[in-house]
Design a protein around this ligand. Structure first.
Ligand code: PLP
Length: 449
């Protein structure tokens, strides 16, 4: 990439003066100016390019500037750039049909939103209206978005400064075998005990008050926590027993991230509502939505659904969604995610876990993995404290700086780094990126005790 100091100075000046950034103290940040991107790589104005091991915010599943996705936007823009949601539109309908075709039987309708938070917001609204029950259960260690109900459902520190928001929410512990809340010693025990705990929570919160349980099918930004076998089937059974709607939040893990269209499919369980965003069109134009089971959809056959958005099912966004399906099928994306995950990532991370004193656990599926860093493998004390910032976060920042210096942009959250590259990453780039992570872990090793 070319060096362009003047352009960089302008980008930085405009950004620092005028752009108010997410989740930040505005004076304490220095957002890196990005000049361009292609595939799994993006670059700055200083001649540095980075392999994106985070797929931006785990949304860039088909990589930067995918020619088919860009062409779909251009073509749609020339035909019809926008049309309001109460009219019928070809690409909107086609995308809804394609999504329904990869969903479990009986999921025929899709409500489109602008992103993940409003998808969850509307799924909760549907569950509340259908059951007549208002409370929603969600997990500690979860993220569901930044609107009022979605942030209330969120089980991580991003919720704290927003409380109290939607008060009709209660939290429970999900399965996390490495740091089991249930003193479990096997995956099987973890699954059983997590389900027993969930049932206790339902009973104590009052089944007659609970309309929905929302679960990330694989917990994303809070740790790539793949549920143990049987857990989601157990959630299904509890929801049936107590007339509760199960909302599968597939915003981060839907559309191939873990090697299937939907991550809940791995456990052979079927939710009542599926929420999606990110990977549906790699975020080229904002889009999210709710896939609705017929039982819930039919409730609104003759009863008005009291919700809507100006840009619901935006044609530019939907056209990229349709193109996404074409690319997935033509290029065998799901197959390659499973292949690369099993053949390259899993064995390599297992080696890192053996070699590095700082690696407590590696876990994941497809092209979605976490490396959990610890001070000490025996005590499992995290390398940095929960919600670490500033000086406390220094070990993770040093690790990230080493990876960036060697050309890999890592995803960091507390004491974890995640491996979540675009699903189109070449095998060579994937191996090169893993080499860099392996090397950067030497820096983390320096902070172990
Ligand atoms: N749900 C999950 C699991 C997510 O990871 C995210 C975003 O990271 C959201 C919901 C919110 O999506 P959005 O930022 O598009 O509103």
């Amino acid at each position: 990439p070319a060096v362009d100091q003047a352009a960089e100075a302008q980008v930085r000046a405009d950004d620092r003066t005028h752009v108010f950034h997410s989740w930040s103290a505005q004076a304490l940040i220095d957002p890196p100016p990005v000049a361009g991107g292609s595939g799994a790589t993006f670059w700055d104005y200083q001649g540095n390019s980075y392999l994106d091991f985070s797929s931006q915010l785990v949304n860039l599943n088909l990589g930067h500037q995918h020619p088919d996705l860009v062409a779909a936007i251009v073509k749609q823009a020339e035909r019809l750039a926008t049309i309001q949601p109460s009219m019928a539109n070809d690409v909107r309908g086609e995308l809804a049909r394609l999504i329904s075709e990869v969903s479990p039987e009986g999921f025929t309708k899709v409500f489109f939103t602008n992103g993940g938070a409003d998808a969850n917001e509307n799924a909760v609204r549907m569950a509340r209206l259908v059951t007549g029950k208002r409370k929603v259960l969600s997990m500690y260690r979860s993220y569901h978005g930044n609107t009022t109900t979605a942030i209330s459902l969120t089980g991580d520190p991003r919720r704290w400064a927003n409380e109290p928001a939607d008060g009709s929410v209660a939290k429970f512990f999900g399965p996390y075998a490495y740091r089991s809340a249930f003193h479990a010693e096997s995956e099987e025990q973890e699954s059983e005990r997590a389900l027993a705990h969930l049932e206790q929570t339902i009973i104590l919160e009052g089944a007659s008050t609970i309309g929905a349980i929302i679960i990330e099918s694989v917990v994303g930004s809070n740790g790539v926590l793949v549920p143990p076998p049987g857990y989601l089937r157990g959630v299904r059974a509890l929801c049936d027993k107590y007339n509760i709607m199960w909302i599968a939040d597939e915003v981060m893990v839907g559309f191939g991230r873990t090697g299937q269209w939907w991550s809940f499919q791995a456990d052979g369980a079927t939710p009542d509502l599926i929420t999606f965003a990110k990977g549906v069109n790699s975020g080229y134009v904002p889009l999210g939505g709710v896939v609705i089971s017929d039982r819930i959809a039919s409730h609104f056959d003759t009863v008005v659904f009291p919700g809507g958005l100006t840009y619901s099912g935006h044609p530019l966004a939907c056209a990229v969604g349709v193109a996404t399906f074409e690319v997935f099928r033509r290029d065998g994306i799901l197959e390659r995610v499973n292949d690369l995950g099993e053949r390259i990532v899993a064995p390599r991370l297992a080696q890192m876990a053996e070699r590095h004193p700082s690696v407590g656990e590696v876990r994941g599926r497809g092209l979605f993995w976490a490396i959990e860093l610890v001070k000490n493998k025996d005590t499992r004390e995290p390398l940095v404290p929960f919600n670490a910032s500033g000086a406390d976060a220094a070990p993770m920042n040093a690790f990230a700086a080493a990876a960036k210096k060697a050309g890999v942009w890592p995803f960091i959250h507390f004491n974890r780094t995640h491996i979540a590259p675009p699903l189109i990453i070449s095998e060579d780039d994937l191996i090169r990126g893993l080499d860099v992570i392996d090397e950067a872990l030497n820096v983390a090793d320096g902070y172990t005790e």
